[in-house]
Design a protein around this ligand. Structure first.
Ligand code: ZN
Length: 102
């Protein structure tokens, strides 16, 4: 699976979903509260995911979902996703490193 996210510290963050998303290489504090889903939930071989992007700095990551998450998502207001903790940033940082290594 090819990710449409390009992590770059030189290029300006840009949302050209569904073709390309340019994202800063690391998340910032702003991201925790401002991540918004972009586009539709996508199903591919490696899993079900959607792209989420910070409306402030443009940081974007793929969020993989379990079947349970998907059920919860359908019954949940998107704005409630902003309520995350410190560990979330650590987790997302790890996800980015995985992305970049791919
Ligand atoms: Zn941000």
């Amino acid at each position: 699976m090819v990710s449409i996210i390009e992590y770059s510290s030189e290029k300006k963050a840009r949302n050209s979903y569904p073709h390309r998303i340019i994202s800063p290489p690391i998340p910032s504090r702003c991201c925790q509260a401002r991540m918004k889903r972009i586009g539709q939930v996508q199903v591919e071989d490696s899993g079900t995911f959607y792209y989420k992007r910070c409306s402030h700095c443009g940081f974007t990551v793929r969020e993989f979902m379990s079947a349970i998450d998907i059920e919860r998502l359908l019954s949940m207001d998107v704005s409630a996703w902003g309520d995350r903790t410190e560990s979330w940033l650590d987790q997302i940082q790890h996800e980015v490193e995985t992305e970049r290594a791919a």
